[in-house]
Design a protein around this ligand. Structure first.
Ligand SMILES: NC(=O)c1ccc[n+]([C@@H]2O[C@H](COP(=O)([O-])OP(=O)(O)OC[C@H]3O[C@@H](n4cnc5c(N)ncnc54)[C@H](O)[C@@H]3O)[C@@H](O)[C@H]2O)c1
Length: 628
């Protein structure tokens, strides 16, 4: 009997460990979370997943969960890594858990074992990161000292039709033998095709292609929904119609989407106008420009900055440069962070804002995902600002002070602990990340480079979001610009704002506003019948509602700890209007007569899963995404 260790017992690793146990392998689970290990050892599931809950009961203590690698790795023939690679729905993935786990494994793994990576990774990761870690322990994966393969996980938690047992898998290996061994293993546990690809990069790229396919199609359908809504056409009916075509159409559904990222008004940028460079606070630039061309889209306001350029930093050439400023926007947002680094370096931005960091190379990470290995990047190629020259500008004193500060800080930079100086930039140690209350926030989009040099020379990414598109960022670093994918992200990111606007538009019909409105939000999870809230649009929606002054009530049967009411009835009782964000079965199948009973007057169906005719029939306003 072969022995297997599954490393990382989450949504991916735990179902796999259960399946291996069922197939009579000797099975260990290795995780750094002791609580999880203890729960699993007492046959309780640490995740709200029906499949796992049932399996753990059936297999009765067959998984030996541990936090000690030396208990399980040395005796294992197969080790499967399922650790998180967060920021998994767009931008640069954080590979810390992968590196740490493989490093631990490499210290205990025995010669000729099979090491499979299931975590989502970008093409090249196994060869560039995993293989060198093994090499440090004198294992040459190209010579099959360890058989190394990648089998991207496709699991869709909560999906009852497609489970780990019947989903086909693709495999790539560092060597042909490794791919073959991994394929044999999967064939022994699943009842579906297992396809061996010719190399490991192709297997890594397969997963990225699958995620991207979904995102692009959802963006397409979100755009159609917005357009059809204006034309009074029900998108769901149209999708139903188009789905009858037996080939070349695959239904995707519009929905409330995910969010965007901004800076505090007091952060500085360097603006070039007619050959002169002015440092200016982003909020002040907005106020100056708004008189000319402000456009209001709900609570978000946009200005077109005309022919201004801003100081940017090209992540490819690692040089600073001026790039056209395409758009500047202002909107309310409630979750902000202050990142403080050595010296006087600090920046205030929205919690998920993409930040350029140096961590074994330049990367982009969301602000709330920064860890101790990340360092902020300061551009050393700041504009040659001549403080003696006359500046005919309202804020000239402030500007001069800023420039002096900036120049002094740059001079002192080398003296700070842990600062690494490169040709064109410095990498500086983060000291703290502090949570702050929200306010109006400002975002800007910079052409081509997508980065902006802000306060004291700190390099940040602009507002184009974090998510399945680390491909966009990775491609940028190797000199390719994914226009199509960036556009898809832009559309999908506009959906939380759009969802709130739907409510506002309905309220306008009753001459009401969102301020002090009692709004119930149904669902926090990112998809139906799971408790996973990562990347869920619910948080962005709640944040927009709160910033606009609404009283927000939240209920998710799978995420009770973040709900502020007991149950659905409690939520309906307290609310006048509801926004459905997650299509949990409990919401889909709710007795809609309760809406009438609790005097709900507007229903915004962010997942188009409620019975619109019945709701409208009760005299309640109904608006879905692309249907009303
Ligand atoms: N959840 C999904 O729907 C899904 C689907 C397909 C692919 N994936 C990919 O699978 C991978 C795992 O995702 P998940 O959703 O299971 O994550 P998860 O957060 O649910 O579980 C990961 C587990 O790994 C553990 N862990 C973290 N660092 C570790 C370390 N150094 N050593 C050992 N254990 C460690 C964590 O404690 C946690 O229990 C990710 O790369 C993800 O992108 C996820």
């Amino acid at each position: 009997m072969k022995t297997i260790t599954v490393v990382g017992l989450g949504y991916v690793g735990l179902p796999l460990a259960c399946l291996c146990a069922e197939k009579n392998f000797k099975i260990y689970g290795f995780d750094i979370d002791k609580n999880k290990a203890d729960l699993i050892n007492s046959s309780q599931s640490p995740i709200e997943d029906e499949y796992v809950i049932n399996k753990l009961k059936n297999i009765k203590n067959k998984i030996n969960a541990t936090t000690n690698a030396d208990e399980c790795i040395p005796g294992s023939d197969i080790i499967i890594v399922c650790v998180p690679t967060p920021v998994d729905r767009n931008n640069s993935p954080d590979l810390t858990a992968l590196m740490e786990s493989v490093s631990t494994i490499s210290k205990f793994i025995k010669q000729n074992s099979l090491l499979i990576i299931e975590s989502t990774i970008y093409p090249g990761t196994v060869e560039e990161i995993v293989v060198p870690i093994l090499k440090k322990q004198k294992f040459d994966a190209y010579k099959n000292d360890i058989f190394v393969a990648h089998c991207p996980e496709r699991i869709d938690p909560g999906n009852k039709k497609w489970t780990i047992e019947n989903l086909p898998r693709v495999i790539g290996g560092i060597t042909k033998e490794a791919a073959k061994k991994a394929a044999e293993f999967y064939r022994s546990i699943i009842d579906a095709d297992v396809i061996e690809l010719s190399n490991i990069k192709a297997a890594e790229a397969t997963k990225i292609m699958e995620n991207t396919f979904r995102d692009v199609n959802i963006a397409f359908v979100n755009e159609m929904a917005k357009s059809f809504d204006k034309a009074g056409i029900d998108i769901i009916e149209v999708i139903k119609g188009a789905s009858t075509k037996p080939f070349a159409f695959m239904p995707h559904y519009p929905g409330a989407g995910v969010g965007g990222h901004c800076f505090d008004r007091n952060e500085w940028i360097f603006v070039k106008y007619e050959d002169s460079v002015y440092p200016i606070k982003i909020g002040e630039l907005y106020e100056l420009l708004k008189y000319y061309n402000e456009v209001e889209i709900g609570e978000t306001r946009l200005v077109n900055p005309g022919n201004l350029e801003v100081l940017s930093f090209d992540l490819n050439s690692k040089k600073s440069c001026y790039k056209p400023l395409k758009l500047l926007s202002k909107r309310p947002y409630s979750n902000m962070l202050r990142i403080k680094a050595v010296g006087n370096y600090s920046i205030k931005l929205t919690d998920k804002h993409p930040v350029v960091v140096f961590n074994n190379g330049l990367k982009i990470k969301p602000a709330d995902g920064l860890n101790r290995n990340d360092r902020l990047v300061v551009s050393l190629e700041l504009p040659d600002l001549d403080i003696e020259s006359e500046i005919n500008f309202e804020y000239s004193n402030l500007i001069q002070k800023t420039i002096i500060n900036l120049q002094e800080n740059l001079k002192k930079l080398k003296t700070y602990p842990g600062v690494e100086i490169f040709d064109t930039f410095a990498a500086i140690k983060i000291q703290s990340v502090e949570e702050l209350r929200g306010d109006y926030v400002y975002s800007l989009e910079v052409k081509d480079t997508g980065t902006v040099v802000t306060t004291n020379g700190l390099v940040m990414h602009n507002c184009i979001p974090v998510d399945p598109y680390y491909l966009i960022e990775k491609a940028k670093l190797i000199g390719f610009n994914h226009k199509f994918l960036s556009l898809a992200r832009e559309i999908n990111n506009s959906m939380p704002q759009y969802t709130v606007e739907l409510l506002e538009n309905e309220l306008k019909k009753f001459k009401k506003t969102i301020k002090n409105a009692k709004v119930g939000v149904l669902g926090l999870a990112y998809k139906a019948n799971v408790d996973d809230t990562r990347e869920s649009p619910a948080f962005e929606i709640i944040s927009i509602l709160k910033t606009k002054g609404a009283d927000v009530f939240v209920f998710d049967p799978y995420v009770r700890k973040n709900s502020n009411v007991e149950d659905l009835d409690g939520l309906l009782q307290k609310s006048d209007y509801i926004i459905l964000v997650t299509d949990h079965d409990e919401f889909r199948s709710m007795d809609t007569s309760k809406l009438k009973k609790y005097k709900i007057s507007v229903v915004i169906d962010g997942r188009n899963c409620l019975d619109k005719e019945r709701i409208k029939g009760m005299g309640i306003s109904y608006h879905g995404i692309g249907r009303s």
